[in-house]
Write a protein that binds this ligand. Sequence first.
Ligand SMILES: [Zn+2]
Length: 225
Amino acid sequence: MGETNGHKAADADGRMGRRALLIGGALAAAGTAALARDELSRLWWRMPGVEKPRKEGEVDFVSARWVAASSANWRRADRPDDYGIDMVIIHVTQGSFDSAVKVFQDPGHGAAAHYIVRKDGRVTQMIRELDVAFHAGNREYNERSIGIEHEGFVERASSFTDEMYESSARLTAGICERYGIPVDREHIIGHVEVPGTDHTDPGRFWDWDRYMGLVREARGATTPA
Ligand SMILES: [Zn+2]
C-alpha cells in the first residue's frame, strides 16, 4: 500500500485551502468582531484540523447497514475539509460478500473500501466517508475518493445484477450530491483506471453505459428543481 509520511504536510497545505477561504470570506463580510465570534462558534466544526463528532454505527447513506472495518485498513481524516472528495472508484470483490467483510475486518489485510454492494442490492458501509479508506492502491486517489466494492467476480457476467446496479447507482448519486461531484467518467472511475494499479476491476462485464445512466437518473431525482 506504500503510505509515505513525507509529503503529508505538503498535501495538507495544498488541499486545506478551499473551505478555509470560504469561511474566511464569510467572516470578513460579517464585519464586526462580535459577529465573527458568533459565526466562528457556529462554524467551528467546518474548520480544517478540528475533528467532527462521530457516533458509533452512523452511516453516510441512509439505507446502508454499518459493519466496521478494522482501523488498520483506513486512516482517520476530516474530509471534505482536509481533503476534497471528487471521485468515486468502482471495485469488484473477487469473492463473496461475506469474504469481503471478513478481509476488511482483518487488520493484516491492509485494504478496505467504504462500501460493499451485495448481489441483492443491500449496501453495507464499513468506513465513514470522512475517513480515507485504503482501496485504490494509490495514496492521492485514496484521499480524494470514495470506494465502492461490488460482490462478485470480474470474469463472471452474472455477478452484476439489476438490484446491484440500481442500489449502487443510488449510492454513487448520493455521494455526487454530497460533494458536488460531476456525474461523468472522469469522476466515476474503475479501479483499473487508477494510475499505477495492476487491478482490472470492475472488468469487461461491468456495464458502464447502463451504470452511468442509472446514476444520472438517480442524481436527477435528488437535485432540487
Ligand atoms: Zn479494486
